[in-house]
Write a protein that binds this ligand. Structure first.
Ligand SMILES: [Fe+2]
Length: 232
């Protein structure tokens, strides 16, 4: 069974649609969302609705909670786009879950606020902590938040990052993680872990932001979408 794990869409509906097209083409059975549907980009209602319509499992990210819970006054633009019903959905998303795939017990979370921001080059001790939670010792973690996809093998197990659909750092394409394995099986079996890299119309995504004068930190988002260089 092929499952796509996606995160950090960040209101970039152009990138989201490109990713959806590719996920349909390769025939994934399930799409699991690991947080940050909204914030940063200009098409938040569409992106949030897409997640709700297409993802079987949904986990909240720091931006979903921050915007959904009205934590920061400067996010008023996003509140106006989303409205109270979507914000309530975002605010009340679970912060983590778990699953077994081909004998690996995965812990799934976004990153912040469950853990600190974990980048690919983070010290092993930081990863080790993320494998131990809820009275469990997991043998895999799947998360997002760093906006860069990666697969690491550690003594604790697999550390897998979805990368970002709509706000990739490094290579500014839409990324996600595909796992092919036996969902729900505690028996050791073959697992394939793949980073999917999907080109999209970055110019079109930047143009939408450019047209929207009220988008907070608009120039940073445009630069990030076009170059993959963090700009805030
Ligand atoms: Fe994010």
């Amino acid at each position: 069974m092929k499952i796509a794990f996606i995160g950090d869409l960040h209101g970039n509906y152009v990138a989201t649609q490109a990713m959806e097209k590719e996920l349909r083409r390769i025939g994934v059975e399930d799409i699991w969302f690991l947080g940050d549907a909204v914030g940063k980009g200009p098409q938040n209602a569409q992106t949030c609705d897409w997640v709700r319509a297409n993802c079987t499992v949904c986990i909240g990210g720091n931006w979903d909670y921050g915007i959904g819970g009205k934590e920061f006054a400067e996010d008023g633009y996003f509140w106006d786009q989303l409205g109270p019903e979507r914000m309530e959905w975002l605010r009340t998303l679970p912060s983590e879950t778990d699953c077994w795939i081909s004998g690996v017990h995965f812990r799934l979370f976004h990153g912040r606020p469950v853990t600190p921001l974990i980048s690919v080059q983070e010290d092993k001790a930081v990863f080790a902590e993320a494998f131990r939670a809820n009275g469990e010792t997991y043998t895999g973690i799947i998360f997002a938040d760093s906006h860069r996809p990666f697969v690491r093998t550690l003594n604790d197990g697999y550390a897998l990052n979805t990368g970002s659909v709509g706000n990739s750092m490094g290579v500014p394409k839409a990324h996600c993680l595909i796992i092919d394995g036996e969902l729900g099986s505690r028996e050791p079996g073959v697992l394939t872990m793949t980073i999917l890299s999907v080109p999209y119309d970055n110019e079109a995504a930047a143009a939408l932001a450019r047209q929207d004068e009220k988008l907070p930190h608009r120039e940073s988002f445009i630069t990030e979408v076009l170059t993959g260089v963090y700009s805030r």
